[in-house]
Design a protein around this ligand. Structure first.
Ligand code: ADP
Ligand code: ZN
Ligand code: ZN
Length: 802
């Protein structure tokens, strides 16, 4: 007998282990580790992953696997192991880890059906619902206002029964193709046989005599300007054949990628790539940190490293941050490797994502370029893993499993014995410190291609502007420079660290700020709907005309959003052609590309945008970059705020003067003396690193210490406080005395959606038992979590401290 060990889709700490199921005779040869199956679990059917097949079980009275949901395993042996490791590392459930590795459409969908066991005895209302059928969907029962009470009674009386079914959501796109069903000379005979009145049929046969290849039905009909009718008649007569073919949805349909060839490498590129090539050649694992300024040609290094990998018949994974997974970036990989590239990012529809994943699964591509989750690409023979902009926080998933793609990359690099390349102009301190200690192999590319200079940066003190009577959001210098660029037909990029028209509303009379009643956080004014909205929950209300506290009518919105900047800029420079790029203007599919194309073709003078424009963009004609407000970022309640500000300023500056024309950067700020602004304007990463590291050391922050953040939330404040206190106490008792336990403290946002939030932070150097202790704590609170609405979130090496 064969027994399958199955991890079931029931994410609780009590079910977080494998269950034994008998492999029925009918499925004997089919079931393999890594497949999804449907199994009975209590009264339900649930989806599960087979992780192992064994000969014996210690338990008796085993149930059987009901059906298989895959023909071939969706998880490789390596990914199964990785899933287990990942769950342990992040203290999440195995099922969560496995699901995180697969495209969304492979997650199970559950369906309930009601079966009528007898018709005669059913109540009339149910009889009517069933209407002669023996099964109806539970959804239909709900939609047609079926009576639950009645149903329950019928079930108890044995007249009806509920069935649970597991279905895969996966959808394949099928397209009908038409081809001749006979030898060509037989087609000619058929042509003679067909009545002269059937002109359309004749034309169709004539077409195939000249073009015997299969053609998509739709295309054929439009080509011959006809209808499906004559076509179907020919199919019926056996002259033509209709077949369904699965085709891939191609998200880049209609886009031609110009083929590119490897460029002769510069000296610094050559020096950087050599050690990577060696590891590819020797099939050995090594982590590299490629520290190269913006425009130093890191991408070309990635491309040529991959070329070597492909020569060896191996595969490559390239991660780029979601936000910089721009068409420009995709083009560079598609241009070099053509249809050998699959692209995975969140703008794709679930179906498109599934198709791209399928190409990888079926080994139809050898390179995947994608955002965070592409690190789980089901390749079996990986030759290199590259993470571009490795400092980006989007590589860390902010829900369970809270993994960092970099750690997964190192795991897989070790498994496949291949190099892992982390690239950045501003590596995260953890990585740079490791590289300096020799844990990673440090590769430096300090100069831009062709020895282009980094653009000079001018810092403008906005306080002085205010004193000089300039109350606008543009300094006089910036406006002057913009006008100048417009005259010389060059382009400008303006960066604002905010989204939408978002801004808070304050009364000038009494200073009251409009806040969300559930979250205790400032509401945001949305101009288009004239409403105040909370960005943490769904609360919204109409904009007020009078202050609720003092009734004054001096209530106004403050702060700056891209839309407001655009309007204001138009007042100052009416002749300027501005394109705005932010979350609001890029919501539609393809909008991103359209905006960039417009700007690239010179249809606008100024590209105004948020974070989205900070990365990866490369326009020849951009010679001025303006940063409008950096201060909000600098004062976030986060120990990384200086580092993040430095990174962002460096990225934004990197957009200027990348080609023949020299560039310039203007930063507007209310705190010009801050060292991260000063040093970013000098492109002095090294000194910034030294100075900031001193702070990290003094205050026991990473990379000197590791952090673990535990967030507790519950509708009752006393309950949250009590649980958080207990967690702190347990950690204090069981961790070594080297660890510092901070808390319980209220989270920076104390209440979200009527839930109170408290946190506990652990700072430590080495606590091998930490995860085990936390697992025990989670088990201890099992009841509260499952029945009493308590949440405990654990985040190792957190990036979000809110
Ligand atoms: P980074 O990724 O480090 O910001 P890029 O890869 O975008 O830098 O390179 C900057 C510019 O230099 C690009 O326009 C790129 O095409 C060009 N470039 C890179 N390597 C070479 C090379 N070896 N020869 C000529 N041009 C190059
Ligand atoms: Zn007021
Ligand atoms: Zn709210």
């Amino acid at each position: 007998m064969r027994i399958a060990k199955v991890i079931v889709d029931v994410p609780t700490s009590q079910t977080n282990h494998s269950f034994d199921y008998i492999v029925p005779k009918t499925l004997d040869k089919l079931v393999q580790p890594g497949m999804r199956v449907s199994v009975p679990f209590g009264p339900r059917k649930v989806m599960g992953f087979v992780i192992d097949i064994v000969e014996q079980s210690d338990l008796d009275k085993l149930k059987e696997i009901e059906e298989i949901l895959d023909i071939t395993p969706v998880l490789t042996e390596e990914l199964l192991k990785l899933g287990v490791w990942l769950a342990d590392q992040t203290v999440s459930f195995y099922i969560q880890a496995f699901q995180a590795m697969l495209p969304q459409v492979l997650k199970a969908k559950y369906k309930k059906e009601i079966e009528a066991l007898t018709f005669e005895e059913l109540s009339p209302s149910l009889q009517q619902l069933f209407d002669g059928r023996s099964f109806i969907d539970f959804e239909e029962f709900q939609e047609r206002d079926g009576n639950y009470y009645q149903l329950l009674k019928e079930i108890r009386a044995g007249h009806a029964k509920i069935h649970y079914k597991v279905k895969s959501k996966e959808t394949k796109k099928k397209v009908a193709f038409i081809e001749p069903n006979k030898e060509l000379y037989l087609l000619e005979e058929a042509l003679v046989d067909i009545s002269n009145h059937a002109k359309k049929q004749k034309r169709m046969i004539e077409y195939f005599l000249e073009n015997p290849e299969p053609i998509e039905q739709k295309a054929l009909i439009s080509k011959l300007d006809t209808t499906p009718h004559p076509l179907n008649q020919l199919v019926e007569k056996g002259i033509l054949n209709k077949k369904e073919k699965i085709i891939y949805r191609n998200p880049y349909k209609g886009t031609e990628f110009e083929r590119t060839n490897a460029l002769p490498l510069s000296d610094q590129q050559q020096n950087a790539i050599q050690p990577i090539w060696e590891k590819v050649e020797q099939e050995e694992h090594q982590n590299f940190l490629l520290h190269g300024v913006t425009g130093s040609g890191k991408t070309e290094v990635y491309l040529q490293a991959i070329e070597k990998v492909l020569e060896k018949g191996k595969e490559a994974i390239v991660l780029v941050p979601e936000i910089s997974l721009t068409p420009q970036m995709v083009q560079r990989f598609k241009g070099r490797f053509g249809s050998n590239v699959a692209v995975l990012h969140s703008a794709l529809s679930p179906g498109e994502k599934f198709d791209e994943w399928t190409k990888i699964h079926k080994k139809e591509v050898k390179v995947v370029v994608g955002a965070r989750s592409a690190i789980f690409a089901p390749f079996k023979n990986i030759g290199i893993i590259i993470i571009d902009e490795e400092h980006e926080t989007s590589y860390k998933q902010d829900e369970q499993p809270r993994y960092h793609a970099r750690e997964v990359a190192k795991y897989r690099g070790q498994f496949h014995q291949c190099p892992v390349v982390l690239g950045s102009a501003t590596p995260i301190f953890e990585s740079y410190a490791r590289a300096k200690k020799g844990v990673y192999h440090l590769l430096e590319m300090p100069s831009r291609m062709n020895n282009n200079q980094m653009p000079p940066v001018e810092i403008i003190d906005m306080r002085k502007e205010l004193h000089a009577g300039n109350r606008t959001m543009f300094s006089r210098n910036l406006l002057e420079e913009i006008r100048e660029k417009m005259q010389s037909k060059q382009q400008v990029v303006l960066f604002l660290n905010r989204r939408g028209y978002s801004t808070f509303v304050m009364c000038r009379e009494c200073g009251d700020v409009m806040k969300c009643p559930a979250c205790d956080i400032a509401l945001t004014y949305h101009k288009s709907s004239h409403q105040l909205k909370c960005h943490y929950c769904d609360y919204q209300m109409p904009m007020v005309s009078h202050c609720p506290s003092c009734s004054s009518d001096t209530i106004r919105y403050f702060g700056t959003g891209t839309q407001k900047v655009e309007e204001s800029l138009k007042q100052h420079i009416p002749e300027a052609n501005i394109i705005r790029m932010d979350v609001d203007t890029t919501r539609r599919k393809g909008a991103h590309q359209r905006i960039l194309d417009q700007f690239a073709s010179g249809k606008a003078d100024i590209l105004l945008g948020t974070q989205m424009i900070a990365k990866g963009l490369d326009f020849e004609n951009v010679t001025l970059v303006g940063v409008l407000a950096i201060d909000a970022m600098l004062h976030l309640p986060d120990f990384r705020s200086s580092e993040k500000t430095f990174q962002l300023l460096t990225q934004v500056s990197g957009r200027a003067g990348r080609h023949k024309l020299p560039g310039k950067v203007i930063i507007q700020t209310y705190t010009p003396e801050h060292y991260s602004i000063q040093l970013a304007s000098d492109y002095n990463f090294e000194q910034f690193f030294q100075q900031e590291m001193q702070m990290r050391k003094n205050f026991h922050y990473p990379p000197y210490y590791f952090l673990t953040l535990i967030n507790v939330s519950h509708p009752n404040q006393i309950k949250v406080l009590e649980v958080t206190k207990m967690i702190c106490k347990l950690l204090y008792k069981h961790l070594s005395d080297q660890a510092t336990i901070l808390g319980p403290t209220p989270s920076p946002i104390v209440r979200i959606n009527n839930r109170y939030r408290y946190q506990c932070m652990v700072k430590y150097k080495n606590e091998p038992r930490q995860r085990e202790i936390i697992q025990k704590i989670l088990k201890y609170y099992y009841q509260d979590i499952h029945q009493n609405d308590l949440t405990i979130q654990v985040d190792f090496e957190p990036y979000q401290l809110m």
